[in-house]
Design a protein around this ligand. Sequence first.
Ligand SMILES: [Zn+2]
Ligand SMILES: [Zn+2]
Length: 369
Amino acid sequence: MADKDYYELLGVSKNSTKEDIKKAYKKLALKYHPDRAPEDKKQEYEEKFKEISAAAAVLGDEKKRRQYDQFGSSSFEGGQQGFDFSDVMSQFRSGSFGDFGDIFDQIFGGGGSRGRSRARRGSDLLYEVALTLEEAAEGVEKTISLNKLEHCKTCHGKGATSFENCHHCHGSGYIKQTQRTAFGLFQQTGPCPYCHGKGELPRDSCSECAGEGFIRIKKELEVSIPAGVDNNMRLRVSGEGEIGENSGPAGDLYVQVHVSEHKYFKRSEDDLHITIPISFSQAVLGDEIDVPTIDGTATFKIPAGTSSETTFRMKGKGIRHLHSSGKGDQLVKVKIAVPEKITKKQKDLILQLKEEKPIKSFLQKIFGS
Ligand SMILES: [Zn+2]
Ligand SMILES: [Zn+2]
């Protein structure tokens, strides 16, 4: 079979970009749209349309374009790698060819398209869930409610409850088509455009799903969120996205967590930071105090002679590591709180302290005044 010059067919140069090709194809496809053909030129327009579609399908795909540049158009004919336009034809026969978006996706969206009969993976879904810091630290089970597509149970996703053999392809799902073009006869076996390769045609339309085969339902799902998740992390729940088309696999569900701000704790990776007010006497003499932690309280020993703004590390009191064992630390910053009101007795004692030289210099050391 003679080689066709796909570049010439689309009127683009050998160096044109995918965008140029798309544009050129769109222009020609609109011109030769079989719906616009004069009565006596229907056949001619249809042939032309097929040719430019085949050319665009090859040049619009990087891999096929390279193959074409190297071996010419004959390397695509009759094989699986060419463009299957029986689907394109069926689309405008069924009157759904008004929108060029579909056809573009089919041609430029990837190789070997079989259109509606092709198995297609379902879309992924994203669900956002709000967690408290405690929930993120300990892990939690969340029930999430999704509005998602599921196969219709009444027709088992087929869109109809009774079927008959497709009389166009005699139930095989495939049709051999011979096209006469300026370059010779062109024979191709492709999926039957009437039954979309299924070999059977519906006898009715499922009333539950209006013949779609799927319905949008509310589905509740238990999601187990592991201990250690951090703000904006996404967890993948495999197979819980939208259903696939034509027995394609379902998409995945992504659960994005939002961890809310905590009243006392600031998180930095798996460490937690907290600021604790202590009294001047606790700082000077030392003390044992209860410090809040993410899972309760823990005893913490303030050493004697602690300056304000000193940070202490409580090992293993932080957040559990997500991908390994162990936990982060809790960092405790102590701040000496100065009381706004004091009793007469306290005032006298502090005045006494003020007279003591060594303490005075100690205070100077702390506060620098
Ligand atoms: Zn149904
Ligand atoms: Zn058929």
